[in-house]
Design a protein around this ligand. Structure first.
Ligand code: PLP
Length: 416
């Protein structure tokens, strides 16, 4: 085995090249904080990209993993386990599916969306539509649904698709306007996929009334409305799921990330007749719905509910935005998103520099694109973490602003 000198050497030598250079090596976490290999503490305002909803090493999470691992981890889908049944019922209740909702379990967001894609195909099958096939699937430009071949085909980002063409066929991409949907939809559409806040695109909100119009138009044309709640779900936006702000009932939603607090799990939750589309043999996953993952997600959701963290996400989200406003940085144009999914719009394409400066100051945030900083901290954050965030973020912004001013001065000098 080759000798490893630094962790960077190990990463460069042994990991595949699908990810750029790792920004740090973290060794432990607690609450909203993580520590690197040198023992330096960072305030984590990314939360594993909207995953660590209870914070790191939360006692409820630790207890649930340990207890279920010591009891029963996995038995295959030939059998049921109580944690799996309990989580399905819990998700149905929180999503408000009513009695006829059904839940499919996978292990990630992409797997949940793969299941949803297959659900859409089944809905579009001629056998279900009096001999007429519904081949069209609509999705939104810039929305992100995953990186497997099916979910990549649903992802409205040509630069991500291009190296892997040809794509799974049948998906058409629309502008995120009600007019574009009205113009595109007809009776040959099997499903419309919507990301209620486009997280990966830079925390971009849908226009007001979009989800209501999407519900009306899909219902009118017999298409499924499938909402990707993978980044927005589990309380992050200040309701259990973002679609609930719009007061609509979709045909299906997909969830992952924040329901597991770091334990891999994803789920497709159907409402009404969409739950009758799968039949034995149409889909499955060896690990999906295992007792360990479902017990952990059940405990995570129960703790979010018990501790009032959905309400906390709404209140703390407003507080984080106010803190950012109070910094009054010339670099910040404003905030997008909802609850504790916040996109900080920058006046210049310097998001990577802000992320690097923040890390230098002991704060973890993310560049969702060149000019947006994404924040998705634990739903447990309070005054202490937000005050510290304000201080560290202000310092990071000042570092970058100073560097930009310096650059401008140099450019002016060179021009003279
Ligand atoms: C909205 C959305 N959908 C799907 C995915 C894919 O989830 P995963 O990375 O767990 O496969 C993500 C991940 O970032 C996401 O934000």
């Amino acid at each position: 085995m080759a000798e490893q000198t630094t962790w960077q050497d190990g990463a460069q030598r042994d990991l595949t090249l699908n990810v750029g250079d790792r920004l740090a090596l973290f060794t432990r976490g607690e609450g909203a904080y993580v520590w690197d290999g040198d023992g330096r503490r960072y305030l984590d305002f990314l939360g594993g990209i909207a995953v660590v909803s209870l914070g790191h090493a939360h006692p409820v999470f630790v207890e649930a993993v340990s207890r279920q691992a010591a009891t029963l981890a996995h038995v295959s889908n030939y059998f049921a386990t109580q944690p799996q049944l309990d989580l399905a019922a819990q998700l149905k209740r929180l999503a408000g599916t009513g009695d006829d909702g059904r839940v499919y379990f996978g292990n990630s967001g992409a797997e949940a969306n793969e299941a949803a894609f297959k659900l859409a195909r089944l809905h579009g099958a001629a056998s279900r539509n009096g001999g007429v096939e519904r081949h069209r699937i609509l999705a939104l430009k810039d929305a992100f649904h995953g990186r497997t071949m099916g979910t990549l085909a649903l992802t409205g980002k040509p630069y991500m698709q291009q190296p892997f063409e040809p794509m799974v066929p049948g998906v058409e991409f629309l502008d995120s306007t009600i007019e574009a949907l009205e113009a595109a939809i007809d009776d040959r559409v099997a499903a419309l996929f919507v990301e209620p806040i486009k997280g990966e695109a830079g925390v971009v909100d849908l226009p007001d009334g979009y989800l209501q119009a999407a519900r009306e138009l899909t219902a009118k044309h017999g298409a499924l409305l499938i909402i990707d709640e993978i980044q927005t779900g589990a309380g992050r936006t200040g309701s259990w799921f973002a679609f609930q702000h719009a007061g609509i009932t979709p045909d299906a939603i997909t969830v992952a990330k924040g329901i597991g607090n770091g334990f891999p799990i994803g789920a497709l939750i159907t409402f009404g007749a969409a739950g009758e589309l799968f039949y034995p043999g149409t889909h499955g996953s060896t690990f999906g719905g295992n007792a360990l993952a479902t017990a952990v997600a059940g405990a995570v959701l129960a703790e979010i509910e018990r501790a009032g963290l959905v309400e906390n996400a709404a209140a703390r989200g407003a507080q984080v935005r106010a803190a950012i406003d109070a910094i009054a940085s010339p670099l910040v144009e404003g905030c997008r998103g909802q609850g504790l999914l916040v996109g900080v719009a920058l006046a210049r394409p310097v998001a990577k520099a802000v992320v690097a400066a923040a890390q230098e100051h002991g704060l973890i945030v993310n560049a969702a694109n060149d000019s947006t900083i994404r924040l998705a901290p634990a739903l447990t954050i309070g005054d202490v973490e937000i005050d510290e965030f304000q201080d560290l973020f202000a310092r990071a912004l000042a570092t970058v602003t100073d560097a930009l001013l310096l650059d401008d001065t140099e450019t002016k000098k060179d021009a003279q």
